[in-house]
Design a protein around this ligand. Structure first.
Ligand SMILES: [Zn+2]
Ligand SMILES: [Zn+2]
Length: 368
């Protein structure tokens, strides 16, 4: 950082968790200094994820305290620590949940860095992006695809990445159920429809607005969580943190089908009859992400193209944004805008006119 920047940016605004279960507090903190291997970012936008809610509400029990949450960070590199290529300065990068790994445990050595025993998680074990600046390990930052404004790029970094990993683990089945239609689901649906799958969306019972949103994103059917879909499913993804969805999803998938739990926390799963698992159905969880997931998904997003639907909040409105997510009042993703963004100059890729949704394909199929 040059001395002039240092002078101007000696302190920064941040929203801070002092203790779980309490609202975040607006604070003025020293701008962090990039250590060896780190970048210092001027944060422009930071997405809000359900995991942030689990941290703030105390369901994830070992946060660093006090903590700056937030792990879908879009920012511009303003300084680099020693050992980092100086050409990084000025670039736009994204910082995800996986903020670092040990590189030497059995999981890291086996290419499963998402399971690293000593992983560092952004906005949980180290400070995240609900602030004007943050530092991040340069090796775990992603370049972001051109064409996504900062606001729309933010949800790609967890909703998109974890959603994509969940979809990959669900296999190649054509009929895909999605339980909980929030930030991850609205992105995964677009990818799945582009892969010529049909998406069956499950929302809170009676959530007509959420069901209409799911159809608009490309789902060919939408209903309440405990309804039976019109056909057996090949696979189901669960993004809502409700354990009772596990037996519901197992009931909806065919023999040999897969149920993937995409969240980091879930309420207890009620006991269920072995019949639901019988028939070689599988049940698995998705934990974190690997950098490969990130590279693959961020390459794919502009090809689909994925469009993220966002509700914008200011940094000071972080508690309101968390409350909206907690109460299921959002369509798509909530994003904190930290810095003024030249939104008029930034347009995300437009969906092709007349591009068919899974629903259209179904109609065509039925008519032929
Ligand atoms: Zn490791
Ligand atoms: Zn997340």
């Amino acid at each position: 950082m040059n001395p002039e920047d240092n002078e101007k940016a000696a302190t920064m605004r941040a929203m801070v968790l002092e203790a779980p279960g309490r609202p975040l507090i607006a604070a003025s903190l020293p701008v962090p200094r990039p250590a060896a291997g780190q970048l210092l970012l001027r944060v422009t936008a930071c997405g809000i994820c359900r995991t942030d809610l689990h941290v703030v509400d105390g369901e994830l029990t070992e946060p660093k305290l006090p903590l700056v949450p937030g792990h879908q960070i879009v920012g511009r590199v303003v300084a680099a620590g020693s050992g980092v290529d100086r050409s990084a300065v000025g670039q736009r990068v994204g910082v995800p949940w996986l903020g670092g790994t040990c590189g030497s445990c059995e999981h890291c050595r086996a290419g499963r860095e998402n399971l690293c025993d000593r992983a560092v998680f952004t906005g949980y074990r180290v400070d995240g992006g609900f602030a004007e600046y943050c530092v991040a390990d340069a090796r775990f930052c992603f370049p972001l695809p051109e064409g996504y404004p900062d606001l729309q790029a933010a949800p790609l970094l967890c909703a998109g990445l974890i959603g994509y990993r969940s979809l990959r683990l669900a296999g190649n089945g054509e009929r895909l159920g999605i339980y909980g239609f929030g930030a991850a689901a609205h992105i995964v649906t677009q990818v799945a429809v582009w892969q010529r799958r049909r998406v069956f969306a499950f929302t809170r019972p009676g959530d007509a607005v959420g069901q209409a949103f799911a159809r608009r994103m490309g789902a060919c059917w939408a209903g309440g969580s405990f309804e039976s879909p019109p056909e057996e499913l090949d696979a189901a993804l669960i993004f809502a943190p409700a354990g009772e969805l596990v037996p519901a999803a197992l009931r909806a998938v065919r023999k040999g089908g897969v149920v993937v739990c995409g969240g980091i926390h879930m309420s207890p799963i009620p006991s269920f009859s072995y019949d639901l698992l019988w028939g070689e159905r599988s049940l698995l969880s998705v934990a974190n992400l690997t950098r490969r997931d990130g590279e693959e998904f961020l390459n794919l997003a502009p090809t689909v193209p994925v469009r993220s639907e966002v509700t914008r909040f200011s940094l000071a409105q972080a508690n309101e944004a968390l409350a909206a997510l907690r109460e299921g009042r959002l369509e798509g993703a909530a994003v904190l805008v930290i810095d003024d963004i030249q939104e008029a100059a930034q347009k995300q890729p437009s969906r092709r006119r007349g591009a068919s949704s899974g629903c259209d394909e179904l109609t065509v199929f039925e008519q032929s």
